[in-house]
Design a protein around this ligand. Structure first.
Ligand code: ADP
Length: 325
């Protein structure tokens, strides 16, 4: 564990805020209190033992065993509190994200439908229908993601694996994201070493993984307006690299965007997690994309990870098994 990570673990007040629980219910705080109680009770039992047991070695053994038992108990209790706090955080984030991400497109649709029904601004009908379509797509995507999460949790992620070229899926994803790439002024670079070998995975699911990672890289590079106002002229390059490793193909997607704050890094692959930093830049998102992408890659026999620095950018990567020739 690096020093910065240790610092996050020890920031009990910050963590209590994140979990949304009072300090006295925080697992690490309880663990500290229990530690103090253990030290006091061990000292006390040492003095009592010395008074009633003549052999000092028996006293020492008694105190050590008692301390160990109490420590193990304290650890188990603190761990179960941690799980409860985590479950409570997930529940409130689930409710917050689902209600917000469903309510806002739904209110937009109601408002557009009212405008259409009123017959005013008839010349804008085409624009209104397009907005209706965009909002219903947003809702549909969230519902699909929620269904996918429930399938993953029930262990029912059925992958139809076959041999295919990942760069073909990549080209499809890039062309479907062209409007977003253009709107965000992104300079997209694809770097491949020679002719990348075919992989063995589910092409449809890998399409979703690539789509999520690339969409995030674009979204979290930030809007041009924000970048000029807050970050000066931000580099708007997104680079995709395909590299062959011993038995895997590695895909990296690097951006120079908002990056991820150190204290949020450990939560990034958890479902419904959205970093405060990202929320400031991008209001749309469910915090499910990376959880799903990571589960798909793991079930395909690969790994996923990232490195990131706040305000500097992020590189998300994953590996997939190379198909046997
Ligand atoms: P969403 O983008 O819908 O919020 P994801 O599961 O795809 O959900 O991502 C989870 C969180 O990880 C995001 O809310 C954001 O905080 C962070 N994140 C993901 N990709 C990036 C990136 N390229 N740059 C900065 N932060 C990122």
């Amino acid at each position: 564990m690096d020093l910065l990570h240790l610092n996050d673990e020890l920031n009990i007040v910050g963590q209590a805020k994140k979990y949304g629980i009072p300090l006295w219910q925080h697992p690490q705080f309880l663990f500290l209190v229990m530690g103090v109680i253990i030290i006091l009770s061990s000292t006390l039992s040492y003095f009592i033992g010395r008074r009633y047991i003549t052999d000092p070695e028996v006293v020492a053994l008694f105190v050590i065993v008692l301390t160990l038992v109490l420590l193990v108990l304290a650890f188990i209790i603190a761990k179960s509190f941690e799980k409860l706090a985590e479950a409570s955080r997930l529940k409130s984030e689930f409710i917050g994200i689902v209600s917000h991400q469903l309510r806002s497109p739904l209110s937009n649709m109601k408002w557009i439908a009212e405008l259409l029904a009123s017959g005013k601004n008839n010349h804008k009908q085409e624009e209104y229908f397009q907005m209706l379509q965009e909002n219903s797509t947003r809702m549909q995507e969230l519902i699909n993601d929620l269904l996918m999460v429930s399938r993953i949790e029930e262990g029912g992620l059925a992958l139809k694996k076959k041999e295919f070229a990942l760069q073909d899926s990549l080209s499809e994803v890039i062309s479907s994201l062209q409007p977003m790439i253009r709107a965000a002024n992104i300079i997209l670079k694809v770097e491949t070493e020679g002719n990348p070998p075919k992989v063995f995975a589910d092409p449809r699911q890998m399409h979703q993984v690539l789509d999520n990672l690339l969409e995030n890289a674009i979204k979290y590079t930030g809007r041009t307006k924000d970048a000029v106002l807050k970050d000066g002229a931000r580099d708007r390059t997104v680079t995709i690299r395909l590299k062959k490793e011993a038995r895997h193909l590695r895909c990296e997607i690097e951006d120079r965007g908002v990056g991820i704050p150190q204290e949020d890094k450990k939560y990034i692959f958890q479902k419904f997690f959205r970093s405060t930093n990202a929320l400031r830049h991008e209001t749309q998102g469910s915090g499910l994309g990376l959880y799903i992408a990571n589960s798909i890659v793991k079930s395909s026999g690969g790994k996923m990870g990232f490195r990131s620095k706040e305000h500097k950018g992020s590189t998300f990567w994953f590996t997939l098994p190379i198909a046997r020739q």
